[in-house]
Design a protein around this ligand. Structure first.
Ligand code: GRG
Length: 301
């Protein structure tokens, strides 16, 4: 099977489980139809489901099945989709297209998009608390703790704030490579790191494995961000499913604008090798995850 077929299988399994969880946990009778429809719009229909794929594959390294990892994968995707719905709002990035469709606030309105994001964030933790996520409550508590940290003030939300401060507040110092690297390891990196660490957490694997997979997640997150910046410069809106060239138009410093295209591409190649090297102890079980490193470096969407 090719890497893209594997990614697609994980995406379909995640979407099936997300639809089931939405139907089971957000009943149409008890909730606002408008809110539920906006949650559907944010969560289903498009998206690579790359983070769920990382959850499933990092769990597979330790002999766990897709079914063992799917609820954790779905919970993480709820947080990711909430972040996109909020990031697209006029007060933040003000985007009208996402995944080739109108953003949630354009399809509904701002308050519905805010509330749908809020509901997806809380749904993620409801899913992690379900016994179907893991039979052992202490594993569920660890997942809740780690996803909360990855999503919150020291993770994605904190990184988003640092990014918006630099962009929108006039008294901020110009961004350096170090400050951008730091904010992006929080904004984009923290969820990818959680995805990679969740396999050893679910498998109750030794700490050494968890640290190795966290390091793998850091490297993948860094590569993902550089490739995202490159796509903003080199990609087309059709490929990416959203507006491109936004960073340059906003005069925004990015890893690519500060490093230059050639240095960014060679950094990506270096990160690809580092990621693959970190998987060496897992031999052929890590073949798909190693291909993911190559995919991130070369992705066009
Ligand atoms: C609003 C709290 C809050 C956080 C927003 C994730 C994020 C933080 C902003 C998105 C802006 C952005 C373009 C970040 C760069 C990396 C990234 C997260 C890209 C989108 O993720 P993909 O490519 O998207 O995995 P799909 O659609 O495939 O799920």
């Amino acid at each position: 099977m090719t890497f893209v077929q594997n990614l697609d299988l994980a995406a379909r399994a995640t979407e099936t489980r997300l639809a089931e969880l939405l139907a089971a946990l957000v009943s149409l009778d008890g909730s606002s139809r408008r809110l539920t429809a906006a949650m559907h719009h944010a969560l289903l229909g498009g998206g690579k489901r790359f983070r769920p794929f990382l959850v499933i594959e990092s769990a597979a390294l330790f002999g766990l099945s897709e079914g063992d990892a799917i609820d954790t994968a779905a919970a993480l995707e709820c947080v990711h989709c909430y972040s996109l719905a909020h990031d697209d709002l006029p007060a933040m990035d003000n985007d009208i297209m996402r995944r080739g469709r109108p953003t949630v606030w354009r399809a509904y309105d701002e308050w519905t998009a805010i509330l749908a994001g809020d509901a997806l964030l809380t749904l993620a933790f409801e899913i992690l608390a379900l016994p179907t996520t893991h039979a052992d409550p202490s594993v569920r508590a660890t997942l809740v703790m780690e996803l909360a940290k990855a999503s919150g003030a020291l993770g994605m939300v904190g990184g988003q704030s640092l990014d918006l401060e630099a962009e929108k507040l006039s008294d901020q110092a110009p961004q350096s490579l170090t400050s951008i690297r730091h904010l992006q390891s929080m904004k984009t990196g923290a969820l990818i790191r959680f995805a990679c660490a969740s396999g050893p957490i679910l498998a109750q694997a030794p700490d050494e494995d968890r640290r190795r997979l966290e390091r793998f997640g850091d490297v993948m997150g860094f590569a993902f961000q550089i490739s995202d910046d490159l796509l903003d410069v080199e990609g087309t809106a059709e490929e990416v499913g959203k507006a491109v060239a936004k960073d340059a138009a906003a005069g925004k410093a990015t890893l690519v604008s500060l490093m230059g295209l050639d240095a960014a591409r060679s950094k990506l190649a270096e990160l690809e090798q580092e990621a693959i090297g970190l998987l060496a102890p897992y031999g052929s079980r890590a073949a798909t995850l190693a291909e993911a490193a190559t995919f991130v470096v070369n992705r066009r969407s």
